[in-house]
Design a protein around this ligand. Structure first.
Ligand code: SF4
Length: 213
């Protein structure tokens, strides 16, 4: 059963961000899988600037798997770590072609066998492309979970995911994931969060610490 505390957080997030959604531009599962891998340690907005040209040249996994690595690098060269990322997306595309008929698989077990796809990426793909209840823990979700004490201060990403999934009703996982990301992106920043606009100050360990002299 959802605690009153958790329910208050869920309701507050829904009031703040009723329309939270995935901000990585994509038209299908292949494009989202590529965009998610590219989004590591960079913003969705940066990824969205490079993917239109990339997908124009490489419209599916088969094309990307067969592509010239140097050319793929050039397509995404505006992103940090672009060489590693080019190798990662091509490796993932090759994995799709070799084992999944060029398609993006629809189970966690299969997704994490693809090079470059970790549990967070897989959860995003499952939720967004296949509507499978999933709660991906990225840097925003991790930080907010600790600040609002939905997870412990020293919990790993996986422990945080498990705790969130226990505390939040399954039919709210996908929505809450997006709302926590919006909350982290637009309000509860890692540095200088906008606490004056936040409805959760009385629940927040960060706020308490920052305001105790
Ligand atoms: S009070 Fe500040 S740090 Fe705490 S959850 Fe709200 S915005 Fe984030």
């Amino acid at each position: 059963m959802t605690s009153q505390r958790t329910q208050r957080i869920l309701d507050g997030l829904s009031e703040l961000f009723p329309d939270a959604h995935c901000e990585l531009a994509h038209r299908n599962a292949y494009e989202l899988a590529v965009a998610v891998v590219l989004s590591a340690q960079t913003t969705d907005a940066s990824v969205n600037k490079v993917t239109p040209a990339l997908f124009e040249k490489y419209p599916d996994a088969a094309a990307l798997a067969a592509g010239d690595l140097h050319d793929i690098e050039q397509c995404i060269a505006r992103l940090g770590l672009y060489r590693n990322k080019a190798r990662a997306i091509q490796g993932m595309a090759k994995g799709m072609c070799e084992h999944f008929d060029g398609q993006v698989p629809s189970s966690m077990e299969a997704l994490v066998t693809l090079p470059g796809v970790g549990r967070k990426c897989a959860n995003v793909i499952l939720a967004e492309c296949y509507n499978v209840p999933s709660l991906a823990v990225d840097t925003h979700v991790h930080r907010i979970s600790r600040r609002l004490r939905l997870a412990g201060e020293n919990d790993s990403v996986l422990e945080t995911e498990k705790k969130l999934c226990r505390k939040i009703p399954k039919d709210r996982w996908i929505r809450t994931h997006h709302q926590m990301i919006f909350f982290g992106r637009y309000l509860c920043h890692a540095r200088n969060p906008k606490c004056e606009k936040c409805p959760f100050t009385d629940l927040c360990s960060y706020y308490r610490t920052a305001h105790v002299k």
